[in-house]
Design a binder for this molecule. Structure first.
Ligand SMILES: *Cc1c(COP(=O)(O)O)cnc(C)c1O
Length: 383
C-alpha cells in the first residue's frame, strides 16, 4: 500500500538518535535546548518551546493565554479535532468559523461577520486558532487586524505548515500572532516520532508555556516565590503537566530540521506534478500561490461529483493506494454534536468535506508511484 503520508528517515537521523541513546541524557538534556534554538532560528522567532506533541502545544498555549471556563475559543471546522479540544481541556466553550472554499482555511470575512454579532451578544472569543490547512498559509494580516479590533489572541495551528512562508517570513515567526503551534507526528512535514513546539515573540508567554509543560515547576531561583536559597530548591508554582520532549526525539528533530528544505522542495515538485496532470479532470484542486513558498503537507482535492467519492476511495484503496480524507468537520463529531452543533452549521466546510480526498504526498514517494496514483485516479474518475 502506498500511504497518503510517511516519514523520511535517513542514515543521519539514525546516527543522531543512536548517539543520544549512548549519551548521559535521554531526556531534557542538551539536545532539547539545541532543537529549540534551531527551530526558533528556522521560524525566525525569538523563542521556541518544545513539548510532547502538537496537541500539548495547543493546550499549553491556551492555558498560558489564560483561557478558562468562562471563555470562548473559535477555530476552523476543517482541522484535526485537537484544534478545538485544547479549549475543552480548560473547560472553555468552542465555536467554529466557516472556511473559504478556495483556500480551505478559516474565512476572514466570515470571521468579521461573526465577531460583529458576538460583540453585540457580549460573547467575543478570547482566542481564535487559525489552521494553515495542508500547509497553505492563512490570511494572517487580515486576522491580525481583527485580533487588534476585537481584542482576541490570534494563535496559529501550524501542524501542517512548518517550512511554509507568509509574506517575507517563515510560518512560526509570529509576526501577526501571539503563538504558533507545531506537530512533529510522523505524517507531518518533519518528525520527532511524537513531538510538538510553540514559537512566540513573547518571552513571558514562552516561560508560562514551559512551566505548564513541566508540572508547573521551576528550578530557576530568580523566579522563586518563597525566596528559597537551598541549592536543591525547586518550586511548583502552578498546576502543570508532564508534556516534555525527550533528547532522543530532539536529536531526531535537529537532524530532520537540517533536511527541511529538501523535504519542502520534494513536496513542491510532487505537488506541481499532481496539479499539471489532474488539471483536466473533474476535481477541484488546491489553490496555487504564485511566488509563495508552501510546504505542501497533504494533497487534498475535492471531487466535484461528491457521489463518486466513496466508490473512488474504495477503488483506490483496493488498488493499493492509501487515500484518506482530511477532515470530517469537527462540529459533526459526536462529542461536538452533544455540545449542540449539527449538520448545516458550517455549509462551506461540509460541502468541501463531502467530496474531499487526500492523495499520497511525502518526500519518499517516487515519480513512478505518483504516476500510478494519477493513472488509477483518472481511470476511476472516468469509469
Ligand atoms: C496533527 C495535528 C494536530 C495535533 O498534533 P499531534 O502532534 O498529533 O498531537 C493538531 N492540529 C492539526 C491541524 C494537526 O494536523
Amino acid at each position: 500500500m502506498i500511504p497518503y503520508g510517511r516519514q523520511t528517515i535517513n542514515a543521519q537521523d539514525l546516527h543522531a538518535v543512536a548517539e543520544v541513546l549512548a549519551s548521559d541524557w535521554l531526556t531534557q538534556g542538551p539536545k532539547v535546548v539545541e532543537f529549540e534554538q534551531q527551530l526558533a532560528r528556522a521560524c525566525a522567532a525569538p523563542y521556541a518551546v518544545s513539548m510532547a506533541n502538537g496537541t500539548a502545544a495547543l493546550h499549553a498555549t491556551c492555558a498560558a493565554l489564560g483561557l478558562t471556563r468562562n471563555d470562548w475559543l473559535w477555530t476552523s471546522p476543517i482541522s484535526f479535532v485537537a484544534s478545538a479540544n485544547c479549549a475543552r481541556y480548560l473547560g472553555a466553550q468552542v465555536d467554529f468559523v466557516d472556511i473559504d472554499p478556495v483556500s480551505r482555511n478559516m474565512c476572514p470575512e466570515q470571521l468579521a461577520i461573526k465577531l460583529a454579532q458576538a460583540k453585540l451578544a457580549h460573547r467575543l472569543p478570547k482566542i481564535v486558532v487559525v489552521v494553515h490547512f495542508a500547509g497553505y498559509p492563512c490570511e494572517l494580516k487580515q486576522f491580525a487586524e481583527l485580533a487588534e479590533q476585537y481584542g482576541f489572541a490570534l494563535v496559529e495551528d501550524a501542524a501542517h505548515a512548518i517550512g511554509s512562508v507568509y509574506g517575507d517570513l517563515p510560518i512560526g515567526s509570529c509576526q501577526y500572532s501571539r503563538a504558533t503551534c507545531f506537530s512533529f507526528h510522523p505524517v507531518k512535514n518533519l518528525t520527532t516520532g511524537e513531538g510538538g513546539a510553540v514559537t512566540t515573540q513573547d518571552v513571558q508567554l514562552a516561560d508560562k508555556i514551559r512551566l505548564f509543560c513541566s508540572h508547573g515547576i521551576t528550578k530557576n531561583s530568580a523566579d522563586f516565590i518563597l525566596g528559597r536559597d537551598e541549592p536543591w530548591a525547586y518550586e511548583q508554582q502552578s498546576l502543570g503537566f508532564n508534556y516534555r520532549l525527550t533528547d532522543i526525539q530532539a536529536a531526531l528533530g535537529i537532524s530532520q530540521l537540517d533536511q527541511l528544505n529538501q523535504f519542502v522542495e520534494r513536496r513542491q515538485l510532487l505537488f506541481d506534478r499532481y496539479q499539471t496532470q489532474l488539471e483536466d479532470t473533474a476535481l477541484q484542486l488546491p489553490a496555487m500561490t504564485p511566488g509563495q513558498r508552501v510546504a505542501w503537507h497533504i494533497y487534498s482535492v475535492r471531487l466535484t461529483n461528491a457521489d463518486l467519492r466513496l466508490t473512488v476511495f474504495n477503488q483506490l484503496r483496493a488498488a493499493g493506494i492509501g487515500v484518506n480524507v482530511h477532515y470530517i468537520p469537527i462540529h459533526l463529531q459526536p462529542y461536538y454534536r452533544q455540545l449542540g452543533f449539527k449538520p448545516g452549521d458550517f455549509p462551506a466546510a461540509e460541502h468541501y468535506y463531502s467530496g474531499a480526498l487526500t492523495l499520497p504526498l511525502f518526500p519518499g514517494l517516487t515519480l513512478g508511484e505518483q504516476d500510478q496514483v494519477i493513472a488509477k485516479l483518472r481511470e476511476f474518475l472516468c469509469a
